[in-house]
Design a protein around this ligand. Sequence first.
Ligand code: ZN
Length: 489
Amino acid sequence: MRKLQELITALPEGFKLEDYQIYPESINRLDDSWIFMVKVEGTDYLAVIGELTKKFKGKDGSGFLLADLNHENASVLREIFPFTAPSAVLGAERTFGVGDRLGIACFGHIRVFREYDARPVFAQQSIRELNLTQRSFADVLDAVTFAVFREGFRNGFGADGDHLKKPEEVEAALECGYTMITLDLSDHINKGDVPDLEIPAEIRQRYLQKTFDVEGEKIAFSEADLKECLHVYGKALNFAAVIYHEYIAPAGGRINFEVSIDETELPTTPAQHYFVANELTVAGVKVDTLAPRFCGEFQKGIDYIGDLERFEEELKIHAAIARKFGYRLSIHSGSDKFSIFELIGKHTRGRFHVKTAGTNWLEAMRLVAMKDPGLYREIHAYALEKFPEAKAFYHVTTDLGRIPKLETVSDEDLPLYFQNDDARQLIHITYGFILNAKNENGSYRFKTRLYELWRKHEDLYSEMLYKHIGKHLKLLYSGSNQGGVEDEI
Ligand code: ZN
């Protein structure tokens, strides 16, 4: 508030306070210049006073500049205020990725990460998400930059080019200033029958007739195991090494590197994880995090499905392998996996990376169900229509028959759809269709109305995310505090 008082005395005459709603956390002074964010008729702008006006593009007020929240101005902001630029945060003990497909969730995410020491990865988007939302790496990062500036969040954040598969995708993310690359090896992972391949002598020597001890857990390889490892991961490991040495190593620590082998049908066995970790090390590849494919099912936007005892057993070994090789486990599709968060916190000893994305979209749609029942009904019906097409892109076991029919649900009860796993998945996997649906005249069928509604209820959405993402962290932390650490002695 003191900053606001100071600013008010410094405001030029042309700046009529009553016309602008100033965001108090955004007020920054740099020498004799002031820069802060204001809301005018529902739209946010940067307001700049003094020398700094020369740096930004905008329209001149009397004695101040009103600058649009566009890419050019975001780049300037990142230069002047490094806290609005992403950094390599994976060196922290705990990190958490929150995809914001819509560019409106970061305000709520910031509320969460003011309370937890896990470092956030606010910008986190895969190519598929970018295509479906018609956004670019730059759009995603710019939205975060402005949110962080507006809320005065100075703890730092990461920007993850998620599930990248091609060198040109890695390049594009890095060019936009992303500080983390998640390399998805799935296009190079073989499945199917293992051919009778020749095991190279150095690999035989490294693994056969040996037992590897990982925190008391014994890992050994038969010839058949080794052939399978080579068949499944051989090409993928080469690809990871090429990308690492080409793009990551030269950055000298400014870029975090994650390798993901989670998008496969079969779970990664602990021995396979060990093989991958060890071969990466031999190839000089240093990863910050690695995402194995765990047993059970990590379907989008709903809780874990599978045998919890087996999951815990394997998680323990996966976490131990990660510790041995000096990285942390990355848990993908982490949205709403409430039954396993405590186990993850516990067995990783509080050192984890968890990624969520879809749940932020689902909360945004729950808000629609709460605030505009008519619009929600239209969208729900449309999602049902598009479901068969959408299903081709996801592994989900959704049963539309278990979703109550729209005509049987009262307006007040519409938000209850989001307590129904089948309805959650219906809305989750159709997000691209919903956002891109067009009317005959080419205008958006839902998108414009959706953004208007979300903008109008921005504070409510932030509060919903604060609670919902907060619940994820609360469980992870509560698990971290449950023993686990005593094993270390
Ligand atoms: Zn993944």
